[in-house]
Design a protein around this ligand. Sequence first.
Ligand code: PLP
Length: 404
Amino acid sequence: MSLKNTDLLAARAGTITPSLTLAITAKAKKLKAEGISIIGFGAGEPDFNTPDYIIEACKKALDKGLTKYTESSGILDLKKAICEKFKKDNNLNYTPANIIVSNGAKHSLFNAVSAIINDGDEVIIPSPYWLTYPELVKMAGGVPVFVETTEENGFRLTASQLKAAINEKTKAIILNSPSNPTGSIYSEEDLKSLVSVLEESEIFIISDEIYEKLVYNGKKHVSIAALSEKLFKKTIVVNGMSKSYSMTGWRMGYLAAPKEIAEVIDAIQSHATSNPNTMTQYAAIAALTDAKGEEFLSEMVKTFDSRRKFMFEKVNSIKNLSAIEPNGAFYVMVNISKLIGKTFNGSEIKGSLDLTEKLLDARVAVIPGIAFGDDNFIRLSYAISLEDIAEGLNRIESFVKQVI
Ligand code: PLP
């Protein structure tokens, strides 16, 4: 058997696309290591240290020898803290039997999809989407069905679009508010109009709420699971510690699901990874229950908000670029459609990937919209310093001025 012959590998594995965001971030890092000044707008994680009180809680757990396996779905005290969080923040009533703690929200999403998708099941994914969703669906044998949202409707799926997309093969929809990559947020009214369609169907809802704390302009995050008793029984709510507490490397996410689904997910996880990382679970209890968490968050949100405003205004001041105002997460979706078909240094800009490659030569790393299902955009992250944002946008501006 030759390992070069990929025909011998699982057919399903061959359909999985590697993460383009990670690939571009790695390329930018490599150029940086070579001494080239690159401004990286690809960041998918807060540029803040994990707060000390969380690190201390982890150290304490280690000192106490809490380094062994735990229950596969997570320790009871953490599940109780998560239930309290859901009650306080989202008006959702869960018991520990509904909660599965995993190694990151990505892992929770993997588990959720694995638990409900059969071969050939369709899963509705509003586009632009977080690039992991379609790959997770394909891994489970499902078929991603994209429904295009536009700037005109604030990158939000409408009830009529949803109704038109549901058919007898539809098994689930993945909602993400606040959204990566668009920064859009579904208001309670938006969600209620989707609820009226979803209540008529039998499909499951996976609601990825990982950016819930990163909201601006007085917007409020609402969980769709809180708006309907009927949908509460069909919704898997996913959340985690990565974005709210700047704990990306700790790998800690969780989901809440109806008990029967939670049991299946527990069984899957118990064979895949046993339990989530033990000491991180103790750190997560501190993160969720200590009042210092709110202080940390409000500082972080304030900082992100001023960068968001700066970036949004600057982008719109650059000729041939535009963006609608994002109200959540830490990304700006920049419309590049006016640059496509034009030329830079005699070479045509064919699409977002091509533009991304040309921008690397201008010493700026961005994520091409094609990775999120829309070639008319690039995504800029403002999880970097204001100085870097200003410098990077100046570089983009002088690049764009040379496009003819
Ligand atoms: N969901 C969305 C929309 C994300 O952007 C991310 C991370 O980038 C995740 C989930 C996964 O987060 P983690 O696995 O770090 O908890």
